[in-house]
Design a protein around this ligand. Structure first.
Ligand SMILES: NC(=O)C1=CN([C@@H]2O[C@H](COP(=O)(O)OP(=O)(O)OC[C@H]3O[C@@H](n4cnc5c(N)ncnc54)[C@H](OP(=O)(O)O)[C@@H]3O)[C@@H](O)[C@H]2O)C=CC1
Ligand SMILES: O=C(O)CCC(=O)C(=O)O
Ligand SMILES: [Mg+2]
Length: 430
């Protein structure tokens, strides 16, 4: 049995207001770029808003069953609930959307998994999801897009889609630097731009809101480096830099240029066909494509794309668009990772889907597959493989939630919890 070593978690048990540290378990750590994963890692989780609780209740049973089947009593995930979003207000009180001790828990325990959190449109708090990525500097949002046989899709050959999106996760207009039209701040920005920077192109200056889009060389390089390293480690064919650099020359265009420079400087890429496309010594092609063209090409010629490196907003749009091609955001997992510190928070691509909240009907596959990514990243590949097998078998048996049932003639439509039951049954029989 693995107990908690002296000191680990003890300070937590006494310091935290509402977080209950599991009796058993240890922290995952990272030293010299290598993860150390104990047999009973403590994993902080946030249930999430809207459909989050339904999805989490189903997903956690699948994770535990996979680990049990793979390792018996030798390994176990020790779940530690931490709070953010609407549940956090209930637990901590008004305005406590993202308590400090939640951030500290994610920082200290290295890994975490979360459900979706609500962000109001046009007013109110800024995104807690984005805040977590920025606070923990989780610079790579990694979203694999793969097809599971039998899932209804709007395209003719969904099996041709096998891409992994690396979305820059800390910069771009997601940095939240903006000022509302009519405020003193907006007026100040307008004055600065027009008087000091000689900007003459603001069409309606008096009624404009303003936003800033920071894109840095460092931010670009660490994201593109992660994408290229992933491509090398996983034997992928190409890395495409997706940008709108023809219009936003220094931000999106900078992303493209810094990306190519990094590929040449750090990975020995050489230009092919007169450039700017280039190739690594192992044959991986580094190329670029303008974002609007990319969005039509992924529908018409998806086999030409493999690993995608892109900026924050592009990556957000591309994630949902590609997910739709393989059946929708009900089956779109993701991870927010800092490859240097090892910090990682796993979460679905989708949001809270509020109209289905509490109905036990939503598809939990995105969070289940986000957990599969977490297990694989931890090196628990046997448990991760079991989840893939269980999910695959369930879909093959045509036992699905409402979203997939909508596009299948002969499906057995089940509830979120029943879908998890079936995955567990299939894993046990695997
Ligand atoms: N990382 C995060 O926490 C994220 C949070 N959000 C937040 O979520 C809230 C709602 O956002 P919204 O734009 O409506 O997007 P959502 O992703 O929440 O939902 C949009 C639609 O996608 C489908 N969908 C979403 N999740 C699933 C699922 N698990 N299974 C099956 N279908 C699913 C549903 O389609 P249908 O109606 O056709 O069944 C749903 O109505 C917002 O506050 C937003 O800011 C959004 C994205 C990410
Ligand atoms: O934070 C949010 O509410 C939305 C974020 C989002 O859409 C995403 O990260 O894909
Ligand atoms: Mg999104």
């Amino acid at each position: 049995m693995v107990g908690r070593p002296a000191g680990v978690g003890v300070e937590w048990a006494s310091m935290s207001k509402h977080i209950k540290v599991p009796e058993q378990g240890e922290k995952i750590t990272m030293q010299n770029g290598k993860l150390t994963v104990p047999n009973r890692p403590i994993i902080p989780f946030v249930e999430g808003d809207g459909t989050g609780p339904d999805i989490w209740a189903a997903s956690v049973r699948v994770f535990d069953a996979a680990v049990e089947k793979a390792y018996g009593s030798e390994r176990k995930l020790e779940w530690m609930e931490v709070y953010a979003g609407e549940k956090s207000l209930e637990v901590y009180g008004a305005n406590e959307w993202l308590p400090q001790e939640t951030l500290t828990a994610f920082r200290d325990y290295l890994f975490g998994i979360k459900g979706p959190l609500t962000t109001p449109v046009g007013t109110g708090i800024r995104s807690i999801n984005v805040a977590l990525r920025q606070e923990l500097d989780l610079y790579a949002c990694v979203r694999p897009v793969q097809y599971f046989n039998g899932v209804p899709s709007p395209v003719k050959r969904p099996e041709d889609i096998d891409m992994v999106i690396f979305r820059e996760n800390t910069e771009d207009i997601y940095a939240g630097i903006e000022w509302k039209a009519g405020t003193d701040e907006a007026e100040k920005v307008r004055g600065f731009l027009m008087r000091e920077m000689n900007v003459t192109k603001i069409r309606f200056p008096d009624t404009s809101s303003f936003g800033v889009k920071p894109v840095s060389k460092e931010g670009t390089e660490r994201l593109v480096r992660a994408a290229i390293e992933y491509a090398i480690e996983n034997g992928r064919k190409s890395v495409s830099l997706v940008h709108k650099g023809n219009i936003m020359k220094f931000t999106e265009g900078g992303f493209r240029d810094w990306g190519y420079e990094l590929a040449k400087r750090e990975f020995g890429a050489v230009e092919i066909d007169g450039g700017p496309w280039c190739q690594l010594p192992n044959g991986i092609v580094i190329k670029d494509v303008i974002a609007d063209n990319f969005l039509q090409q992924i529908l018409l010629r998806p086999t030409e794309y493999d690993v995608i490196a892109t900026l924050n907003l592009n990556g957000d749009y591309i994630s949902d668009a590609l997910a739709a091609q393989v059946g929708g955001i009900g089956i779109a997992p993701g991870a927010n990772i800092n490859y240097v510190t090892g910090h990682a928070i796993f979460e679905a691509t989708h949001g809270t889907a509020p109209k289905y909240a509490g109905k036990n009907v939503i598809n939990p596959s995105s969070v289940i597959l986000s957990g599969e990514m977490m297990l694989r990243y931890m090196g628990w590949t046997e448990a991760a493989d079991l989840i893939l097998k269980g999910l695959d078998a369930t879909i093959q048996q045509r036992v699905v939630t409402y979203d997939f049932a909508r596009g299948m003639d002969d499906a057995t439509e089940v509830k979120t919890s029943e879908f998890a039951d079936k995955i567990i049954e299939n894993m046990r029989n695997a």
